[in-house]
Design a protein around this ligand. Structure first.
Ligand code: FAE
Length: 543
């Protein structure tokens, strides 16, 4: 994969995405890709009254694995995705906007951006935007904002692509009921292959301007005696080299991340979902949101779906039936649906574990102010490639993160994953008709303390201080958010040891909701590997 022109991708991807309101005329297309596009683009989105063998709610990691493997086993699959297809360029010729000029495409149904890093030099940087079904959802609960991807590809559209397998010795704490030998021999390798994971060329790392910030991170980590590690990623590293050489259109080197990458990143649209499409058995309805699942008799389930327009209004409500339903709406999406359905009587037999065991993967962010002789570079790749591992001694794994402002900031910026053991619970709030999460802001203090085991030491060694201008006015810690929601329908508690929901044969959870709150590293490789393990078992024994 050398270049990724958005328009040709748009054509081939649209082939399997039904009912998304394409703007390119089909008559203008030619060749085999066009034939496939015409064939499937003619397929409408899911119809009211339809019956499908397998319905997958959500198109992130868990959903994409389920769809591909079911289709390969000969099962027709319909995927329902509340976000947009992200297959059609805007008037600027790009599908996605960048972090420097966030526009209507950036946020899910907000009228003002909510950047994770929302201040710079002490000034707020958020701006007004039109309300639109944009790509990044900053979902507010009382004590935390949970960032999630919205659209075909789920979190893979917005994330940094860091594809990390937990250390073997930590696995028992990640998924205590899962056989580690099987995971490390079979399912982690399968997930890494399916996702297209690769690692930066160390020689290029040492010479390229765009990772000056990472090299400063390495120097400071090593001078304080911390292990520095390269972090694998799904970004196409050869493509990034060409970006640096100026021979292809820039993405990672043009501030693209969070609101999508127009090039270079192997999102699920290019990996699992592309393979799923190639089977001819998978259809996706974008801008469709599942609101209910209930037994229909005869072993089937009734699924109620709202079709949305781009301002988030429901234009049609459809009722379909399915033999099997896979909840893959992400930790928050799946948990919210299940908690609501149990409380409102649609799925009353779901057990008392549903909604419990939710964690933030210990996420906390901070910046450090370097001396003038340690510039971090005005050109920074948006794709992090390295981390500082102090998990065993201090409970923190800190990624050296970019601050791609386009100017020299002398800032080192970090996202730490910490061993925070607080777990929150989702519950139905009958008075608001919404699902609440009881996470408390104060629960981030252990994460801050663990991150400090790294950065207090580095600051002492380097004679430097924390930045106080990135998260507010004189605020050091980005402790208000997570990128890594996990849990809410925990494996072997809310479900059996393969994701089968207790009480309802044919209903499965297959996403990050299964993982009890922490993966010790970035989560999507573990979500993918667990989905590979579970769907293999389900296909072998349930179908
Ligand atoms: P997810 O990918 O969230 O997919 C769920 C899908 O379901 C979404 O497309 C939703 O729109 C859709 N959905 C939800 N509710 C409904 C409904 N009712 N009806 C229809 N559709 C629905 O779930 N992880 C890493 O490992 N490495 C990283 O570098 C990394 N960076 C991140 C950066 C950012 C900014 C963010 C937000 C996340 C990052 N993550 C990273 C986390 C990672 O993306 C996340 O763990 C996975 O995407 C979760 O996968 P799931 O399959 O659980």
């Amino acid at each position: 994969m050398r270049d990724h022109p958005p328009v040709s991708n748009a054509v081939s991807r649209r082939g399997f995405i039904a009912g998304t309101g394409s703007i390119l005329g089909m008559a203008a297309l030619a060749g085999p890709a066009a034939a496939q596009a015409r064939r499937v683009a003619a397929a409408p989105p899911i119809a009211n009254g339809a019956h499908v063998p397998a319905l997958v709610i959500g198109t992130g990691y868990g959903g994409s694995v389920a769809a591909l493997r079911l289709a390969q086993a000969g099962v027709d699959v319909h995927m329902i995705e509340m976000g947009m297809a992200w297959d059609t360029p805007g008037s600027d010729g790009k599908i996605f906007c960048n972090t420097r000029e966030p526009d209507y495409r950036s946020y899910w149904l907000r009228t003002r951006t909510k950047a994770p890093l929302n201040y710079f030099l002490g000034f707020p940087i958020d701006r007004d935007i039109p309300r639109y079904t944009g790509i990044l959802d900053a979902e507010d609960f009382s004590g935390i904002t949970v960032y999630q991807g919205r659209g075909v590809g789920g979190g893979s559209l917005v994330n940094g692509g860091m594809a990390v397998t937990p250390k073997r010795e930590n696995f028992a704490s990640v998924l205590p009921s899962v056989n580690a030998d099987e995971m490390y021999a079979t399912y982690y390798p399968r997930a890494n292959a399916g996702l297209g994971v690769g690692t930066i060329d160390p020689a290029w790392f040492d010479s390229t301007a765009c990772y000056q910030y990472s090299r400063v991170g390495r120097k400071h980590a090593q001078r304080s005696g911390f292990p520095f590690v390269f972090v694998p990623d799904v970004y196409d590293w050869d493509y990034m080299k060409q970006e640096a050489a100026g021979t292809v259109t820039k993405s990672a080197l043009a501030g693209e991340i969070l609101y999508g990458n127009n090039h270079g990143k192997k999102s699920l649209q290019r990996t699992y979902l592309a393979q799923a499409r190639a089977t001819g058995r998978v259809t996706i309805s974008a801008l469709h949101q599942v609101t209910s699942v209930a037994p229909a008799g005869g072993g089937r389930y009734t699924v109620v779906i709202d079709q949305l327009n781009t301002t988030g209004d429901t234009t049609t409500t459809k009722t379909v039936t399915a033999d099997r339903v896979f909840f893959a709406a992400g930790s928050v999406g799946t948990s919210k649906l299940l908690v609501k359905l149990r409380a409102t009587g649609a799925l009353p037999a779901l057990n008392g574990e549903v909604g419990k065991g939710w964690g933030d993967n210990g996420n906390v962010m901070c910046g450090r102010a370097n001396h003038l002789w340690d510039p971090t570079g005005s050109l920074q790749s948006t794709i992090p490639c390295s981390g500082i591992d102090n998990w065993a001694a201090g409970g923190a794994f800190a990624e050296v993160a970019p601050l791609p402002t386009g100017i020299e900031t002398w800032a080192s910026f970090y996202l730490s994953i910490t061993n925070n053991t607080h777990r929150a619970q989702f519950s139905w709030n009958a008075s608001t008709g919404k699902v609440d999460l009881n996470w408390q802001l104060a629960w981030k203090q252990p994460s801050i303390d663990m991150a400090k085991t790294i950065f207090d030491k580095i600051n002492a060694k380097e004679g430097t201080i924390y930045r106080t201008d990135l998260f507010g006015i004189y605020k050091i810690w980005g402790d208000h958010l997570t990128y890594h929601p996990l849990g809410g329908a925990v494996l072997n508690k809310a479900t059996d040891n393969y994701g089968r929901l207790a009480g309802y044969p044919g209903l499965y959870v297959i996403d990050g909701a299964l993982i009890p709150g922490n993966t010790t590293v970035n989560p999507f490789v573990t979500i993918t590997a667990l989905a590979e393990r579970n769907i293999e078992k389900i296909i072998a024994t349930d179908l």
